[in-house]
Design a protein around this ligand. Sequence first.
Ligand SMILES: *Cc1c(COP(=O)(O)O)cnc(C)c1O
Length: 409
Amino acid sequence: MIKINENFLKLQAGYLFPEIGRRVRAFKAENPKADVISMGIGDVTQPLAAAVVEAMKKAVDEMGKKETFRGYDDGGVGYEFLRQAIKENDFAVRGADIGIDEIFVSDGAKCDTGNIQEIFGLNNIIAVADPVYPVYVDTNVMAGRTGRAKKNGQYGKIVYMPCEAENNFIPDLPDRAVDIIYLCFPNNPTGAVATKEVLKKWVDFARANKAIIFFDAAYEAFICDPAIPHSIYEIDGAKDVAIEFRSFSKTAGFTGVRCAFTIIPKQLKAYTKDGKAVEVAPVWRRRHCTKFNGVSYVSQAGAAAVYSPQGKKQCRQIIDIYMANAKLILESLSRLGYKVYGGINAPYIWLKTPGRLKSWEFFDLLLTKANVVGTPGAGFGPAGEGYLRLTAFAKPENVKEAMERLAKL
Ligand SMILES: *Cc1c(COP(=O)(O)O)cnc(C)c1O
């Protein structure tokens, strides 16, 4: 008799986005003339940069000629031309010495942040922020690293670190030893960023506990403040204790193209039961090359073009459009008396609901009275109750219209 993996049955139903979809569809069915503006789902809306499109077209042409055709990317860890561009433009310029053999190219930071836990023991204790990007938690549930879900939606054995206005949405160090710490800065959903001092505290904590930090930097390109670090490797000692995840999805509009990468420093170690240190990078390389055969040449050629002078300029212009949206949202909502967070170094605005409304109550109010869709903060964890996330990824004219409607509420 075939048995199901019961860890998967512990998962809470994928509740958040299906429920948003259900409520929006029901509203539209009753109000077919309503022009609903979505500021809910975190997907980009601007087209690819011209330099990226050009590079991808050229790559397609190469694939169509005998002389320049390419099959499998050797080893599946990414072409050297791309890893070299990453090394120089994302790390060397920030004083972080990352070798091209420490870079693993993949088709997404979602898969990488989800898969990375596989190479670590099931008895590790994980710590996550609350609210949190659900991928970190759900993949540990699937792996069997957690207990059952409790009434508030949190799982046994996970250490949750509440992020609230009182701690500026920066998690406090856990009051107990943990083995794996998930950090995401700039943060989805709160839009919070971490200073060098904050990251140093976490690096020191990880070093003291022989723990590893999984650092999700998918939104680093949205940092405007020059004092905020883009990479955890800008912090002394981080290469001993941190894995970093990056993606072209939000940086360069690659959500539909697919290209990302993970950094595993050579010196990063984990331990056997008897305390013997083992290098992590070769284990990940083994896992990566066993289960994955590389990102398409066309996508990698497009990703490399993000680092060309034209590509950099064009991607910056696209990010500036989103950050102008964020500024408009922040200013409009502040003027209307809302308490708003994030939105300065991140494309997310984390909005305190007025009058102590619950997240879903405020969601319904915005949908029915202003025809604007946000994401209820409670969907990211209990500490998100009483908040709503708005994204700056909508089209500028829609953001403007949405803010005008909110002013009339
Ligand atoms: C969008 C996002 C990613 C990127 O995922 P891809 O699979 O690369 O598209 C990673 N982490 C967070 C927190 C995100 O919001």
